[in-house]
Design a protein around this ligand. Structure first.
Ligand code: ADP
Length: 259
């Protein structure tokens, strides 16, 4: 993995993939990967053929969140089979690296890794390939937008001002790169106290909703701070695969995107 990307600006869009959906955020830790994995599982539950590509090269968390630890296998020494978990085909840079090693890569190596995960993984026929991007606006985002031409992007943010500030930069980037933004997701929107039912707005209130309104973009979901979501993510069994309120919320989000 790594190395210099071949082919300059040629397409890295996998052939059998009908649509590519980028999941992005300005800041790290806002729940981008959590949303990406749960949305993937929710779409798979609706009968869609879904792939999940973890391109969060500096902090790949999909192997953990999807409960996958096997190394990808190559049948011919060239291509790699995606791993299947919870009905989703997935590949992560984290599966190809020593999980304990920190990755310090230069731009061209990052782009090479993305290119390999797009073009050398046998994704097969997919309705949608969800790409979990690194936070921010760097080389990986640029390469994906220019060379894979995603059909849409979703930006995840918490309502906190610092997160929103960075989310705006991500939105600007997509506008510049002509990637259509399908909408925003406000994550960690509210906390419902399980004991007294009180609602606490830990990261502020309505910030993403206001931003979406300002930009004329849909607010696709407002997801609460939820213990089950966090536990399920850590356990590798996304909450969207279960039968609780969050599974319903992710089901509704998936339905909204399917239209
Ligand atoms: P990012 O991809 O933006 O860095 P993650 O999806 O890795 O963020 O989430 C960061 C942490 O917050 C993880 O431990 C995750 O389980 C937790 N988390 C994300 N969304 C929620 C939520 N709605 N409720 C509770 N915990 C959450």
């Amino acid at each position: 993995v790594g190395g210099h990307p071949k082919g300059g600006n040629s397409s890295i869009r996998p052939e059998g993939v009908a649509s590519i959906l980028a999941v992005a955020s300005g800041k790290g830790g806002v729940g981008k990967s959590t949303v990406a994995s749960n949305l993937a599982v929710a779409l798979a539950r609706k009968g869609r053929r879904v792939g999940l590509l973890d391109a969060d090269i500096h902090g790949p968390s999909q192997p953990r969140m999807m409960g996958v630890s096997a190394r990808p296998v190559s049948v011919d020494g060239q291509s790699m089979e995606p791993l299947v978990a919870h009905g989703v085909s997935m590949m992560s840079i984290g599966l190809m690296l020593d999980p304990a090693s920190a990755v310090v890569w230069r731009g061209p190596m990052l782009m090479g890794a993305l290119q390999q995960m797009m073009t050398q993984v046998t994704w097969g026929t997919l309705d949608v390939l969800i790409v979990d991007l690194p936070p921010g606006t760097g080389d990986v985002q640029l390469t994906l937008c220019q060379r894979a031409r995603p059909d849409g992007a979703i930006v995840v943010s918490t309502p906190q001002d610092v997160a929103l500030l960075d989310a705006r930069k991500a939105l600007d980037m997509f506008r510049t790169l002509e990637t259509p933004v399908l909408g925003l997701i406000e994550n960690m929107s509210v906390f419902h106290c399980p004991d007294c039912g009180h609602e606490a707005h830990i990261f502020g209130h309505g910030g993403v909703r206001d931003e979406a309104e300002r930009l004329g973009l849909p607010l696709l979901a407002a997801l609460p701070i939820d213990l089950e979501t966090r536990l399920a993510g850590d356990a590798g069994v996304p909450v969207a695969g279960g039968g609780g309120v969050m599974a319903k919320a992710y089901g509704a989000l998936a339905q909204r995107l399917i239209g």
